[in-house]
Design a protein around this ligand. Structure first.
Ligand SMILES: [Zn+2]
Length: 297
């Protein structure tokens, strides 16, 4: 009997211990959730707002999202205005003072990297552009170390007793990431110098990392799907260009990409745009493994 009571007490203490120790983190996207999980491990409890199967620019701002934010200690966002269309009302609705912008419980990961191609003078006619620069910076694996550092540093501020733990965890993560980068770069080395067409500007930073040149976007302007006549014009414009490959994100209609690839007789590929978007992309590492496998010649 005493044994059972002890076992129950120990179990209860373990449960209370982990519940108390965990920093409650909400991430806007799956890849951010996984980054926080990799660094925080059992010291954090992470939930994600956007479903990876949807377009990250347009997340349905359902009431359940505000509920997730209500008790959060930390909100981690992509930034660069990627969430501008859906997060602000959700954040207001959550009415959680700890995670409002400029507070300790709010972390904008775009502040740790330099965004490519800022367009401060963009107007509505330029489409759904991001004036701060391209927010799809996660596709450049060279950015990940700075992002991981940013997460570890903030977790340490919020949970000082675990600083040493987060530091070690960061070092382990970074070592694995650097090794993976060498593997990915070796596999995709033949793509260097080749020309790429993409549907949306999502893969600018990936192309840059690989030494590829983006020669065209299928969208006439960001956020606007191409018409049949736009596609005909694009095909003509590309007539004297080399194109090695056409890529698009997994959540888009594939018709335009497929049509253009057929006309040009080039390879086309759908890339998962977030962790969790496909069965194989379970975490940051397997996500990039899948992207690399799909791009590999
Ligand atoms: Zn975009």
């Amino acid at each position: 009997m005493t044994k059972i009571i002890w076992a129950t007490l120990v179990a209860l203490f373990c449960y209370l211990g982990s519940a108390n120790a965990a920093v409650q983190v909400v991430a806007t996207y799956g890849w951010i959730g996984d980054l926080v999980q990799q660094i925080g491990q059992d010291r954090v409890s992470v939930s994600v707002l956007a479903q990876p199967s949807f377009d990250p620019h347009f997340v349905p701002p359902k009431p359940s999202l505000a509920v997730k934010l209500r008790n959060a200690d930390l909100l981690v966002i992509n930034g660069g205005q990627l969430e501008i269309g859906w997060l602000p009302p959700v954040l207001r609705q959550a009415a959680n003072a700890r995670i409002q912008p400029n507070s300790e419980g709010f972390l904008d990961l775009s502040s740790f990297v330099t965004l490519s191609n800022p367009r401060p003078h963009a107007t509505r006619a330029d489409g759904d552009v991001h004036p701060d620069g391209n927010p799809h910076y996660v596709f450049n694996p060279d950015n990940m170390s700075a992002l991981a550092y940013g997460v570890a540093h903030r977790l340490c501020q919020l949970d000082k007793a675990s600083c040493g733990f987060y530091e070690q965890s960061l070092a382990r993560f970074d070592e694995r990431w650097q090794a993976a980068k060498i593997r990915w770069q070796a596999k995709l080395a033949p793509l260097k110098g080749q020309h790429l067409v993409q549907y949306h500007e999502s893969f600018d930073d990936l192309a840059h990392w690989l030494g590829m040149t983006v020669v065209a976007n299928i969208e006439p302007v960001p956020g606007v799907p191409p018409s049949a006549s736009h596609l005909e014009k694009l095909l003509k414009r590309l007539a004297d260009q080399q194109v090695a490959m056409i890529v698009q994100e997994h959540f888009r209609d594939k018709e335009a990409t497929e049509w253009l690839a057929k006309q040009r007789q080039v390879k086309w590929q759908v890339l998962p745009s977030d962790v969790g978007a496909t069965e194989k992309s379970k975490d940051l590492f397997s996500w990039f493994d899948e992207i690399v496998d799909r791009l590999a010649p």
